[in-house]
Design a protein around this ligand. Sequence first.
Ligand code: C6P
Length: 418
Amino acid sequence: MTHVQQNSFSSIQKEFPILSRKIGKHSLVYLDNAATTQKPLTVLKAMDAYYRLHNANVHRGIYRLAEEATLAYELAHQKTADFIHAQSMREIIFTRGTTDSLNMLARMLSSSVEKGDEIVVSQIEHHSNLIPWQQLANAQKAALKFIPLDKKSGMLDLSRIDKIITSKTKIVSIPHVSNVLGTIVPIKEIARRAHKVGAVVSVDAAQSVPHMPVNVRSLECDFFSFSGHKMYGPTGIGVLWGKESLLNHLEPVSFGGEMVREVYYDRATWNDLPWKFEAGTPPIAEGVGLSAAIDFLQKQGMEKVRAHEKELVKYAYDKLFALKNISIYGPEPKFRSGVITFNATPVHPHDLASLLNEKGIAIRAGHHCAMPLATLLNISASARASFGIYNTQQEVDLLVESIKKAQSIFSGGKRAVV
Ligand code: C6P
């Protein structure tokens, strides 16, 4: 058990230039992958080559560079479609990231929500899958309802789902994986209930797409949002997937170049999917980077990525659980992705993060952009380690040892080397 995962991606750290960096005299141990992931050389090289050799605007010029840039940008849509098993690249809208996708979607769906209607989210939302729906509900005088968290199991409590998703529900937007608890949400079960009452289902997949195989069709959702930078790709690009049959009937919410077919002084008509939702010069180099990130993940195999991170989180959970004065939030390892959020009494999470930094270990501390969830858990902050493809059991050992030492220092031990 102890040594299995080292074999799966044993030499992968070499493919990430940043991972050979030192923090002081320590090697970097990067455990903040839920915030953003590091980039493999193939992604860096693809973006560099794009700017060195092919840079031009897309869908405009008829010269060689413009054709190459257009091809590369369209190929990025096709690869993304294949990666999540979309019906076609017409369903793939490039955005700036998950936050942008969800904001766009809320605006796209705004006319389908009227006074007295209901929008359903859960109690474990990241702010990005809460505030856009709050805003929409307030603007339309609709109600925002919540699928509760069962604090004991760390899972969503679906026992009263029929009372929460009702004939008044127009939109259900839920996370695939919680960025705080790591909880994997049973999308299909919730989607089936939502579809029974005619609601559309949106999934915040920021924390699932980089870490497990996903198939939007078998999840039975209608919209699906994720970010390039959390899946070993660049910042500045994200994806909003939508079923073509729905996208065809929705109006764009951003207007200008690229998204139009014909323009007159008093009106305009829209381009084909997906371009009608991509106004202005799009993130072309970022699309090229995302393509390379998808190639990278596909080369590893998403089943293997999931197996590696599942094993690592179980290893970390068991080791942390064995510490004294530790609170771990969220479900048992088998129901979670590679995220582990905890408090190690008496060390405040911010102090812990800064002591770990002295060892070169990067974790996140705070409310993790999920303030209502922190309030629900009765905590003001927590520490979070989140794993990626390059993390190892030795890194977990170092993390746990360093936490132990921090606890001993804060319990009155000497302020020595952590
Ligand atoms: N969570 C974290 O450290 P953007 O920032 O748009 O790429 O992703 C937003 C977002 C939406 N949903 C979930 C579930 C997320 O985890 C995130 C980003 C990071 O947890 C940064 S706050």
